[in-house]
Design a protein around this ligand. Sequence first.
Ligand code: SAM
Ligand code: SF4
Length: 325
Amino acid sequence: MSLVDSFGRKINYLRLSVTDRCNFRCLYCMPENGVPKVDHHEILSYEELLLLARSVVPLGIEKIRVTGGEPLVRAGVIDFLGELSRIPKLRQLVLTTNGYLLDEMALQLLSAGVQRLNISLDSLKPDNFAAITRGGDLGRVLKGIRTAEEAGFPIKINVVAMRGINDDEFEDFAAWTLEKPYAVRFIEYMPTNREDTWTSKVIAGEEILSRIGNRFSMQPVVRGEMAGPSRDYRISGAAGTIGVITPISGHFCRDCNRIRVTSQGMVKNCLFADTEVDLKPVLRSGNVVALQEVLRRIVSEKPGKHLMSETDTVHKPFAMSKVGG
Ligand code: SAM
Ligand code: SF4
């Protein structure tokens, strides 16, 4: 069975947010004082999240990414991941984290069956890192990354590229891959808040590659079967790779294979779609057939492409912490 949208795209990837809370307050993602607290009842329980996952995998979802907010701050997340990993026919279980709790949790994540980690890290300078995350401790995150690497995790590092904020560090990140077997991916800054000055922060993937290419010689990496939207390169002799993810400058919408569900059970068929469908009523009814029907409909209504880079198109601003990236 597979989920195919009206543009013929196979949808096999679910991004599942388990919380909108976080122990960081990244400038581009969270308000300084965090997100308003929501009633406990508004957040999907682990049982509901599992029912959802067990209902979508038979429809054709092969990969689930658990995200947040910061997924590792939700109590009980390890047991939940263990249950997810035991879903028959789920090929990939991966997690996105800010890395703050990795030093203590990496081994438990591995035992729970998580196959790969994406770790967000926008600066290799302690002061800049603290400024971007509003207080994050770079040393602690780097220690967590090392622990995860030693535990045997393949590691991807996500760097949100922002002009005037961390664009003096691209070459440092690239040099890091000479030693470290990490896949460092630069992601174009996205206007989730739709602030007036957003375009001045965006640095196109091509510019990032050309800046790195001025210092290092690099070759394209052949894409794997379940490769995501990143275009990857390896600097000659490097242990790791660098890549760019270009939601703004280069449309990857034509290869989009994903849907997203927030911790409050809102399903989004495009990151920048203004419409969301509340899965809570159908999830709480326990009617799997009805749930699968709603999911099929949402996939069939997936837009062909987002219009966020068109300056005259206005989507409703949203906090990425609610949607999970
Ligand atoms: N807390 C986890 C973390 O930071 O990895 C998971 C959730 S976070 C919302 C998921 C991803 O979204 C992170 O890699 C983050 O950098 C990215 N993100 C958030 N806001 C963004 C924006 N405006 N533009 C580009 N990426 C963004
Ligand atoms: Fe938290 Fe991740 Fe958002 Fe940063 S990007 S505030 S770590 S949810």
